[in-house]
Design a protein around this ligand. Structure first.
Ligand SMILES: [Zn+2]
Length: 91
C-alpha cells in the first residue's frame, strides 16, 4: 500500500535533516538562547549551529548543507524557516 504523499515528504525531509526530533529541538533551543535576556544577534553565518554541532558530535558540514537546503542559510534563518512542522513534529 502506498503511503500518503505527505508522509513520504516528511520522511524524506527527516532523512535529509539527519537529526532526530530531540536533537532538532536541542538545536533550536540553543539558537534561541537569550543570555542576559538579549537575543544573540545573527552574524549571518552558521557560527552558533556549528558550535552546537561541535558540542553534540554531529557532522557539521552535513548538517549545514541540510539546513541550507531547507532555507536555513544562517542561524536566524534556521530558526525562522527550518520549523518542526516541516518534519511532521509539533511546533
Ligand atoms: Zn541570520
Amino acid at each position: 500500500m502506498e503511503k500518503p504523499a505527505e508522509g513520504n515528504a516528511v520522511e524524506a525531509a527527516r532523512g535529509r535533516l539527519g537529526l532526530d526530533e530531540e536533537q532538532f529541538r536541542a538545536l533550536r533551543s540553543f539558537l534561541e538562547a537569550r543570555p542576559f535576556g538579549v537575543p544573540i544577534a545573527c552574524d549571518h553565518t552558521h557560527a552558533r549551529t556549528e558550535e552546537w554541532a561541535g558540542r553534540m558530535g554531529v557532522d557539521m558540514d552535513a548538517l549545514i548543507e541540510a539546513l541550507k537546503s531547507f532555507g536555513g542559510v544562517c542561524d536566524c534563518q534556521v530558526l525562522a524557516r527550518v520549523t518542526p512542522e516541516r518534519f511532521g513534529w509539533r511546533p
